[in-house]
Write a new protein. Structure first.
Length: 123
């Protein structure tokens, strides 16, 4: 899959979760949010950027799941490069984590809504 296809796949899955909105991001790409809380955004060049607390960001960096943000390295933001299907899967999981955190923070969903159904590899 090329970068555009990978981004489309990520966007289609994340935007299908209950309560997720999509809009153009101010620096280009697509931004995903629940209410007023941004979950993260995708850039057409194959970058996924997501806001975390610095503690969570540091844990994800230590696990090799993200790198420091490409523009704001001292913030809580993290970046994941999307080069292949494994990266796309990892980005969906990061968005899932952000989604769950947003719902828990808003108290807006039951446990069932907080865990969107995982798609099988065949779908």
């Amino acid at each position: 899959m090329n970068t555009a296809d990978l981004l489309h796949r990520i966007g289609a899955e994340v935007s299908a979760w209950p309560g997720v909105g999509v809009r153009s991001h101010r620096f280009g790409g697509s931004e995903f949010s629940v209410g007023r809380r941004e979950l993260g955004h995708l850039h057409a060049n194959g970058l996924a950027d997501m806001p975390f607390t610095k503690r969570v960001r540091d844990e994800l960096i230590a696990q090799g799941r993200i790198v420091r943000h490409h523009v704001l390295p001292d913030s809580g933001w993290g970046t994941r490069f999307i080069r292949d299907e494994a990266d796309a899967d990892a980005v969906v999981e990061l968005f899932r984590m952000q989604y769950q955190r947003a719902l828990e923070a808003d108290g807006a969903a039951s446990q069932d809504e907080a865990e969107p159904a995982r798609r099988s590899p065949e779908s």
